[in-house]
Design a protein around this ligand. Structure first.
Ligand code: 5GP
Ligand code: MN
Ligand code: MN
Length: 474
């Protein structure tokens, strides 16, 4: 049956709670964005609202589309003291997939003069594609240390600087990782994957800043018009995926034992305080460290390429933001402080000004929220301005898909699309010509409309907009 949305404001809607939902759904969308939310996505959000211990509401960001169990662009917080659960499908398979953006110190002319050379050099040096191995092999000993130390481990091994860590969520590593709960198979899959981009939607993109909307925040982030940026989007590769694959059936098998009625198997979960819940959390945090280390090593590789092409480049981090996580955070709910487990799947943290966990550089303006558009449309850097009451300090992570991969493949011709992008001045390199159509700009929602909804809903405000010049697609 049709799901009824009740308007709350220009950019907020509610799906009222009805049995077996425990809380309502809050949907952040303007009229234009609402039209992009299909019933499958909304139904998934309602299913999430039935899970034990969920607090306030099941939330839907403007870039949402349907995913495995949870919508992508879904946020849900659970209270362990109220029987709250941890849900592997609510984190996502690519644990801590995320984006980091750096300022390169180059000018548009630097890039325009060497566009092909830079694209080729990046494509040659950044391992990408399904199953492509990296240049930095791990041993079983170094892998364990990496799973506990994240980007901090990578920096200690020469792949970056302390400043990089100061500009990474959690200071570069997730506390509470338990590598012993990551299966041998998951570890084996990652042994040669450190410093690899992966496939599909993952990218390394050279961008040009076209607009600044908030001068104070832009200054705090260190961005100006015509700066050349580098954005790196990737996650925990085979390791994170295997953690999801390992834990989902274990959670599904135990649903009866835990007394949890699942609206569908994909929402398999475990109480946060159960052994299984704690094992998953420990493994997932190791997965977060894996993704942080991976993006750190990719940054190191990128620095090498830029140094090879330009004598004066200096890649300085703006921020690294993960968008597939569950994090333990303190939130104020109805005037009371509560320690919650916040699932953000295809959603980013968006701590507002003054949040005590923010590093000094952005404490007064709110954290950088990095929002990808597509390889042919703008991307945005926003600043968080939301609080617990609105969205548990969360915002969208991208434009979000508007077309399934299958439809995109059927309706878009990859080679023609790349030719159009080339005429627009966007150079693409990909290891997989056969599936590049899936990544067509038309396969994603209108990023400008999505960001307008984010801003109108008060989740984050625009700071800068950048357009793609070179995109290395996995
Ligand atoms: P996801 O993590 O859900 O796979 O993707 C995050 C977001 O990145 C997507 O919703 C999309 O808007 C954006 N995106 C996908 N491909 C590209 C790309 O090649 N370049 C940029 N800048 N953004 C992209
Ligand atoms: Mn991602
Ligand atoms: Mn990913």
């Amino acid at each position: 049956k049709d799901i009824q949305l009740i308007r709350q404001s220009d950019a907020e809607w509610q799906i009222p709670q009805q049995s077996p939902m425990r809380v309502p759904c809050h949907v952040f969308a303007t009229d234009a964005v609402r039209a992009t939310l299909d019933s499958a996505t909304l139904r998934q959000a309602c299913n999430v609202a039935t899970l034990p211990g969920i607090v306030t509401a099941s939330m839907v960001m403007p870039d949402a589309h349907s995913g495995y169990g949870f919508p992508i662009g879904g946020v849900a917080a659970f209270d362990p003291d109220a029987g709250g659960v941890i849900c592997a499908g609510g984190v996502g398979f690519d644990i801590a997939c995320g984006v980091r953006t750096l300022v390169t110190g180059l000018t548009p002319d630097d890039v325009l003069g060497k566009r092909t050379q830079l694209a080729d050099a990046l494509f040659r040096s950044i391992p990408c594609g399904v199953g492509t191995g990296g240049a930095i092999p791990l041993t079983s000993v170094s892998l364990e240390a990496m799973l506990t130390g994240g980007a901090k481990w990578a920096v200690a091994h020469g792949y970056g600087t302390q400043a990089d860590l100061d500009h990474t969520e959690e200071g570069g590593f997730m506390r509470g990782a338990r590598p012993e709960f990551v299966s041998a198979e998951a570890k084996k899959r990652f042994m040669d994957q450190l410093g690899t981009l992966g496939s599909g939607n993952h990218y390394m993109e050279v961008q040009r800043v076209t607009d600044i909307y908030d001068a104070t925040a832009a200054q705090a982030f260190g961005i100006a018009v015509d700066d050349i940026l580098l954005s790196i989007h990737c996650g925990s590769r085979g390791l994170g995926h295997q953690i999801g694959t390992d834990f989902l059936p274990r959670m599904a098998d135990k649903a009866d034992y835990f007394g949890i009625t699942l609206p569908e198997k994909e929402l398999a979960c475990a109480p946060i305080f159960s052994d299984l819940g704690q094992e998953y959390l420990g493994a997932m945090r190791a997965g977060i460290n894996c993704a942080l280390a991976n993006r750190q090593v990719l940054t190191h590789l990128a620095r090498g390429v830029f140094a090879e092409c330009y004598s004066h480049s200096r890649l300085r981090m703006i921020y690294d933001v993960s968008h597939n996580t569950c994090k333990e955070e303190q939130h104020v709910v109805n005037g009371k402080k509560r320690l919650l487990h916040v699932h953000r799947k295809g959603a980013t943290r968006a701590f507002g000004p003054g949040h005590p966990e923010l590093p000094a550089f952005c404490r007064s303006v709110g954290q950088p929220v990095i929002v990808g558009g597509s390889m042919g449309t703008p991307s945005y850097i926003l600043a968080g301005c939301t609080d617990s009451a609105k969205s548990f300090c969360s915002a969208n992570h991208g434009a979000g898909r508007s077309m399934s991969r299958t439809t995109a493949r059927k309706t878009i011709h990859g080679k023609d699309m790349l030719a159009v992008l080339d005429r627009m001045g966007i150079t693409i390199r990909t290891s997989d010509m056969r599936s590049i159509a899936e990544e067509a700009p038309e396969a994603y929602k209108n990023i400008n409309a999505v960001v307008e909804a984010t801003e109108k809903a008060g989740l984050a405000r625009r700071v800068a907009r950048a357009v793609p010049l070179i995109c290395i697609k996995g």
